[in-house]
Design a protein around this ligand. Structure first.
Ligand code: HPA
Length: 248
């Protein structure tokens, strides 16, 4: 590898291509865990090398529970990435985390099931019990928050991400329970991605883009998917300037 990768970005709903990527090449990586969500696009951004992968595929064909999280993380690690920012669409539970807010969460509660959650899930693999008290890498979280400040973009420092199975949105009762549990945000893709990144000893942090108030948290009786994507488009536009500052 002549040019090491400075940062890998996993794009969520609404971020299928990384804008402003120059000299881009596509890398199809064979992984021991099957196919990743698609090719990894490696290119120059803000004078640095970045690797970009669309979590749901570039045409959004993979629902959250069918994303091959292991293959995705393995492919990025294999290409030389050592720090990863996951961009995730979320619903806001906390009152100050309404549509278009951007949050850098610091905790996770995992409500997902039936996903491959570990690289140990393979016959003969070494069993690792990673420390996950702090599920995101503190230094990368702080760097992201500082980068947003430098870019003049408001982000909320901290919050608990509740990872649900999807692809359906939650019931009001489920969100009430999650609120009681201490969740501030709800999304479908934060896990097992964060845990797998830790198993590979990758630095990992999340930029959570709030697309809607979670069920029962806003004024609307129903959550419209059109509205979700409109808010996401607005929040997604803030991602490249934050990451440009992160890389400088
Ligand atoms: N729930 C779960 N995931 C989401 C939501 C939500 O309300 N909005 C965007 N991703």
């Amino acid at each position: 590898m002549t040019h090491p990768i400075d940062l890998a970005v996993i794009g969520g709903s609404g971020l299928y291509q990384f804008p402003g990527l120059e000299n881009a090449t596509r890398q199809s990586v064979d992984t021991p865990y099957g196919p990743a969500s698609g090719d990894v696009v490696v290119g120059d951004f803000a004078g640095r090398r970045i690797a970009f992968l669309a979590r749901h595929g570039e045409s959004h064909t993979l629902p959250p529970h069918r994303v091959n999280y292991r293959a995705n993380l393995w492919a990025l690690h294999h290409l030389g990435a050592r720090r990863v920012v996951g961009v995730n669409a979320v619903g806001g539970i906390r009152h100050d985390m309404g549509p278009r807010a951007i949050v850098v969460p610091d905790q996770i509660i995992d409500y997902t099931h039936g996903r491959y959650t570990s690289f140990c899930d393979v016959e003969g693999a070494e069993v690792k019990h990673i420390d996950f008290s702090e599920p995101y890498t503190a230094s990368l979280r702080i760097a992201l928050i500082d980068a947003a400040k430098q870019a003049g973009i408001e982000v909320i420092d901290g919050g608990c991400y509740g990872a649900t199975q999807g692809p359906r949105l939650e019931t009001r009762a489920e969100i009430t329970r999650m609120k009681r549990d201490g969740c501030d945000l709800v999304g479908m893709t934060g896990m097992p991605e964060a845990a797998l990144a830790r198993e590979l000893e990758l630095d990992y942090a999340c930029l959570a883009l709030v697309a809607n108030f979670a069920a029962g948290c806003g004024d609307e009786a129903e959550i419209s998917i059109e509205e979700i994507f409109a808010h996401l488009a607005a929040a997604t536009a803030e991602v490249p300037p934050i990451l440009a500052e992160l890389l400088t």
